[in-house]
Structures are given as C-alpha cells and as structure tokens.
Ligand binder design. Structure first.
Ligand code: NAG
Ligand code: NAG
Ligand code: NAG
Ligand code: NAG
Ligand code: NAG
Length: 349
C-alpha cells in the first residue's frame, strides 16, 4: 500500500458498520436480545434457535466449513450477518433468500471459490457486501443484478483475472468498489460505466499494464482512485479529465515515465503519489511540475519520486532535477500553451 493509501485506511475503516454483541448460541430465556456474537474457535456448525426479532448475527473466527440451506430461515428482521474467518468453501443457493431486511453480509477470509447464482433472488436492501480474502476466480453479473441498494462492495484479495464488462451494470448506489490485490490485467472500458455514484475505486496490486481512455469517464463523483502496485507504463492523456471531484490519486510503484497535466481544472484539489516510477525527466516533466506548483496539487513522497531517464539524471529526485538542470536547459514556457487535454487522442504533451 502506498503512503497515501495508509493515510486513508483509517478513514475507510471508520465508515464500516460497527456493532456490539450479546451471547451466542442463544439461550432459551425470555429476553429481548437481538444481537448475537459467536466466537468459539471450535464451533463447526451454524447455531440454531435465534429469535425472530434478531437483528445481527456474528459467527466469526470459528470453524464453520458449511452451512445448511435452511440455517437462516425465520429471521425476517436480520440486518447484519457476519461470517468472516471461517472455512466456508461454498454456500447453498437458497441461503440468503428469505432475509428481506439484510443490509450487511460479511464473508471475509473464507475459502469461497464461487457464490450461489443469485445471492438474493429478488430486489434486496443489501448495502455492504464483503468478499475480501476468498478464492473467487471470476465474478458473475447475476450475483449483483438484484443489489441496486449496494453501497460498498469489497472483492479484494481474491483470484480475479478478468471481469465481465456488464458485471456492475445495476449498481447505481455503489460508493466504494475494492478490487485490490487480484490478478486483473485489463479493464473493459464499459466495466465502470454503470457506477455513477462511485466515490472510491481501489485497483491496487493488480497486473494492469494500461487503462483504456474512457474507462473512468462516467464516475463523476469519484474522489479516491488507487492504482499503486500495478504495471502501468503509460496512461492516456485524458484518462482523468472527467473526474471533477478527484482528490486522491495514487500511482506509486508503477512503470510510468510521463503523465499529462490533464485533470479537471474546475475546483482542482488533488493529492498525488507519483513515487516509485521511472520518470522521464525532460521538459514535459518540467511543465508538469510547474503546472502542479501553480495549483492545489500536493505531491506525496517526493523523496521517492525519481528520474529513470535520461542517464545523467537517473536516480535524482524529480523535484531536484526540475529545479536545477531542467529549468536551466528547457525553453521558458510560452504564455499561451495549448492545453494538453486538447491534443489529439492518445498523444502525450
Ligand atoms: C429490553 O431491553 C431494554 C434495554 O435494551 C430493557 O430496558 C428492557 O427492560 C428489556 N425488556 C425486556 C422485556 O426484557
Ligand atoms: C476445525 O475443523 C476441522 C475439521 O473440519 C478439525 O480438524 C479442526 O481440529 C477444527 N479446529 C478447531 C479449532 O476445532
Ligand atoms: C437492471 O435493472 C433494471 C430495472 O431497474 C432492469 O430492467 C435491468 O434488466 C437490470 N439489468 C440487468 C443487467 O439485469
Ligand atoms: C511493486 O509492485 C509489485 C507488483 O506490481 C510488487 O511485487 C512489489 O513488491 C512492489 N514494490 C514495492 C517496493 O512495494
Ligand atoms: C468548489 O469547491 C467549493 C468548496 O469545496 C464548493 O463549495 C463548490 O461547490 C465547488 N464547486 C464546484 C463547481 O464543484
């Protein structure tokens, strides 16, 4: 994770749902307890006897390897189900079908290779779906079709290789999508088009070599974009141009040599991590740095933002190289420079 990522982690964690628990398995005394937390490491079957009023069940850090298809019957008010850190390899198709109030489903750190064809079969109020740390090799569009209320989807730390272009088509409420630490080597340009509410997109730790020009164009509310630890070697000049709310962009540890100063200029306030890339320290880089200096663009980790070329500047910080060598050798910027955003498609300035 880049430096920017670490500073943001706390902010992200604090928006996860939180809860307080009570005894589990339920004891058959009359009471109005509605939240149950099971933590016995040897528990290997899903407890029974939850009252109909139950709002939250947590069976985490236990030893469940399977759940029966009827385990979650008669829980019409259940809002949160936490099943993280078990040994679940698969889930029965009808498991979640009678949970009309379910808002949070956490399946973090199991052994899931697949999910039931439709997680829920009719429209569901589910808001948080966490599948982090499983063995999913693919995502099925059908899983998400009924999840129009979903705001938080975490599929990080799985084995995803390619995503179907229509995968996230109906997730119009989604605010946070975490696809980090998978094996993605490309993104279909239409993949993210159905996510108009997205504010955070995490693609850290994949194998992306490039990203097609219009991939991010529909995400007008995007504020956080994490692209660190990929293999990006060049990006289309106008890739970020439509992202009028972009505030944090992390490009740490890629193979980039140049970046166009082509961001939405309206209200621009941007924190940028460009470290760990072999930047070409040429006159274009000088103009990029001059552009950043004249605006509210904060550059992180400048000590680790270094030149890869030319040979005589290799290893120097970009900041030092632009300040000394380049500002002496590059022609002074013309007063009226054409905006790099208006250059022909795909051409860097
Ligand atoms: C229900 O819980 C509340 C506190 O959450 C308590 O004050 C009340 O006495 C309980 N009622 C019953 C019938 O147990
Ligand atoms: C968990 O279950 C497996 C069998 O499925 C068993 O071998 C193991 O000992 C159990 N672990 C604990 C902590 O009970
Ligand atoms: C998305 O939802 C609309 C209704 O809200 C529905 O007509 C459409 O078929 C859904 N798309 C997919 C891919 O299921
Ligand atoms: C950079 O990213 C690669 C994956 O692209 C990873 O293997 C490597 O450990 C990362 N390097 C650093 C210094 O984090
Ligand atoms: C620009 O930012 C200010 C302060 O954050 C905000 O009040 C204003 O609405 C923004 N304008 C646009 C066009 O986004």
């Amino acid at each position: 994770m880049g430096r920017l990522g670490i500073t943001l982690l706390a902010a992200l964690m604090s928006s996860l749902p939180c809860w307080l628990g009570a005894p589990c398995p339920p004891v058959p005394t009359p009471s109005n307890i509605t939240q149950f937390v099971c933590t016995s490491p040897s528990l290997s079957s899903f407890p029974t006897g939850f009252p109909e009023e139950t709002l939250m069940i947590s069976v985490e850090f236990t030893n469940l390897s399977s759940i029966g298809p009827d385990a979650l019957q008669k829980l019409p008010k259940l809002q949160e189900l936490h099943l993280s850190s078990n040994q679940l390899r698969s889930l029965p198709g009808s498991l979640f079908r009678d949970l009309p109030a379910l808002r949070v489903l956490d399946l973090t750190n199991n052994l899931l290779e697949d999910l039931p064809p439709e997680i829920v079969d009719s429209y569901s109020p589910l808001q948080h779906l966490v599948l982090n740390g499983n063995r999913l090799g693919a995502l099925e569009p059908a899983w998400f079709r009924t999840l129009g209320a979903l705001e938080w989807l975490d599929v990080s730390n799985n084995r995803l290789q390619a995503l179907p272009p229509n995968c996230f088509q109906n997730l119009s409420s989604l605010k946070s999508l975490d696809l980090s630490n998978n094996h993605l080597d490309r993104l279909a340009p239409e993949l993210l088009a159905g996510l108009p509410s997205l504010e955070r997109l995490n693609l850290e730790g994949n194998q992306l070599h490039s990203i097609v020009e219009h991939t991010f164009d529909q995400m007008l509310h995007l504020r956080y974009l994490f692209l660190q630890h990929n293999h990006l070697s060049s990006l289309p000049a106008r890739l970020f141009q439509k992202l009028g709310r972009l505030g944090h962009l992390d490009l740490y540890n890629n193979s980039l040599t140049s970046l166009a100063p082509c961001f939405s200029e309206q209200n621009l306030t941007l924190e940028l991590d460009l470290s760990g890339n072999p930047w070409a320290c040429d006159c274009a880089m000088l103009s990029f740095m001059q552009w950043a200096t004249g605006r509210s663009v904060g550059l992180y980790a400048l000590q680790h933002t270094r030149c890869g070329t030319p040979e005589n500047l290799k290893g120097q910080t970009v900041a030092a190289a632009t300040k000394d060598t380049l500002s002496a050798s590059c022609p002074a910027a013309p007063a009226e420079r054409p905006s790099p955003c208006s250059l022909p498609q795909g051409q860097a300035p």
